[in-house]
Design a protein around this ligand. Sequence first.
Ligand code: 3PG
Length: 308
Amino acid sequence: MMKKILLATEKPFAAEAVGLIKEIADKAGYQIILLEKYTDKSDLLKAVSDVDAMIIRSDIVDAEVLDAAKQLKIVVRAGAGYDNIDLAAATAHGVVAMNTPGQNSNAVAELAIGMMIFQARKQFNGKAGSELKGKTLGIHAYGNVGKCVATIAKGFGMEIFAFDPYIPREQIEADGVHCVDTVEALYAKSQYVSLHIPANAETKNSVNYKLLTSMPKPATLVNTARKEVVNEEDLLKVFVDRPDFSYVSDIEPACAAEIKEKFTGRFFFTPKKMGAQTEEANVNAGLAAIHQIIDFFEKGDVRFQVNK
Ligand code: 3PG
């Protein structure tokens, strides 16, 4: 029987990406079932009941979804961060979980730089802003996105620092980026800090008062990672104690209402997560996902598995 692959995207891919995914699945003898813009979890629970594989974005795949997905063998998060998948539950259900690293990095990096310019130019409000040239930028984690941000920021003439204990120093320095040994040193040197850490037990709430208030003035925090990595109680204190501080974030923090009420002009929040929302990123991540699923079924390829 033809295997079924559910493309479950609450925030849909560009039509071009969906068309290409269908084309590839079709050629390989797989059926795509499309569930876009669903508004209730029950829709997802119903749709997963008889599928063999799933492609998702930030869609939540928890134990309840896995319980309902009786035939499921593999779920691929078309994107980088997989904090939306309950990995332990996937393993317990015998489901392979994968991501598609690097596929949407450029899109996210361009948004980070775009938000920096937007804030530096006072949100294009007609008043004199500032330039990125000559300013210091700290890249908090030098993975695929961090590296892309560094490449673009170099073109703007920024001085770039990076902190990443998992990437060899030589690799960072080969890109013309200063490698710092501690997270404290990164924030203490950087007028702009761009976050590229995943959200996990180690990183949640880790961007705190001490780090943020050590940034040179004027300071801007750029978050295209996950809102959960910033300690929001501390964030609100920083807004009060450091009038030079701005926060631009791809998705609203939980404390957005308070920031909006009190700190006009010093923040920008996207209404929905926009970092990977380009046609190119949708095509790259979507095609990687469908290929990974086909390779998994046809060749047993588990190269991108994240729940080993
Ligand atoms: C990622 O982790 O790849 C990005 O946050 C993109 O998320 P999205 O697919 O929900 O836009």
